[in-house]
Design a binder for this molecule. Structure first.
Ligand code: GYE
Length: 323
């Protein structure tokens, strides 16, 4: 009988230790907790970017704390403070504008939480507030748009062109750099005149509103419309048509992003050129977050590959865009 109870005790003890061992193993390997503050849902690009990040987190087994700031910097700052309070392993965010982040990023640094910039950059004099920027080379996007325009004007044999520009959110990285790249590309070409540049905040409604104003102000003197994103382009095109002009013919239209809706309009010939800006940054973000969690070094800047879609190619061959 004693032997029976001894065997029962040994079996019980083994079960406890293995369960404790398992439990402690689970404690030793918790999934990475990533806090991500997204700007909002202002465009197909942004919605595609959010979906891609969520999908990549799931595929990587990373726990994602996601906060949508609804286009307000103060909401992003509050989200970062929430991530700090939760003691996430890594913070990532797409800063809606470049300025005003020093204080909250100092708090993240003091808490020992690495910060990854996604899509857009910040402007700061302080060192070491962020570890890495994963996002497009917006200057090159603008420059490629300008290079296309020069080729188009050459091809049409035009002696001069008047340009209107509707920009993205003022003081955002894509707005600053797309404008700089475009203006640098055309700066030496005396045929080019910029009539006006106006803030459209990357919004479809503002694209329409601004194009109405530009058409009322400059009418048929407008030869070229350069738009910092597809949303504003798609808002502007119906206004161009209402005014009696043929988009893509009476007015050369150059856009940036490359979402499916705009690509379909490019295929109809109503947009002449779309510079791709991929929103698919999720895989790069998760890989970088895991490296930081494991104490590995990461590159300062990671630019995804991007291309130009235009009426210089067989647009019917453009593959589905996925956003
Ligand atoms: O071009 C626009 C979005 O930061 C690259 O933001 C992104 C820009 C993109 O609203 O559609």
């Amino acid at each position: 009988m004693k032997r029976f109870f001894l065997m029962l005790f040994i079996a019980f003890a083994v079960t406890c230790f293995s369960a404790c061992g398992k439990e402690s193993d689970e404690k030793d390997e918790p999934g990475l907790l990533l806090g991500f503050s997204q700007i909002g849902s202002e465009s197909a690009w942004r919605i595609g970017n959010t979906q891609d990040i969520e999908d990549a987190a799931e595929k990587s087994g990373i726990n994602l704390m996601f906060e949508n700031a609804n286009q307000k910097q103060e909401n992003q700052i509050a989200a970062i403070r929430k991530f700090i309070a939760y003691k996430v392993d890594v913070i990532a965010f797409s800063p809606i504008v470049e300025d005003g982040w020093d204080n909250v990023l100092e708090e993240a640094k003091d808490a020992g939480i690495p910060v990854i910039l996604v899509d857009r950059d910040i402007s700061t004099d302080k060192k070491g507030l962020t570890t890495c920027l994963i996002g497009a080379d917006f200057y090159h996007e603008g420059y490629m748009a300008g290079e296309y325009l020069i080729r188009k004007v050459d091809g049409l044999g035009l002696e001069y062109v008047n340009i209107v520009e509707i920009t993205g959110t003022v003081n955002s990285t894509p707005m600053r750099q797309r404008q700089a790249g475009f203006m640098d590309a055309i700066s030496g070409d005396t045929r080019m005149t910029v009539l006006e540049s106006i803030d459209g905040d990357f919004l479809k409604s503002r694209g329409a509103e601004n194009m109405r104003y530009l058409l009322q102000t400059y009418g048929d003197t407008i030869d070229v419309f350069f738009s910092h994103n597809d949303e504003m382009t798609l808002g502007a095109i119906p206004e161009i048509e209402k005014a009696g002009f043929v988009p893509g013919k009476d007015m050369i239209i150059i856009s940036i992003d490359g979402g499916q809706e705009a690509i379909d309009v490019l295929k109809q010939g109503k947009i002449n050129c779309i510079v791709e800006c991929t929103p698919k940054l999720g895989k790069l973000l998760m890989e970088t977050a895991l490296k930081l969690k494991n104490g590995e070094s990461v590159m300062d800047t990671i630019h995804p590959e991007e291309q130009v879609f235009s009426d210089e190619m067989d647009t019917s061959q453009i593959a589905p865009r996925g956003y």
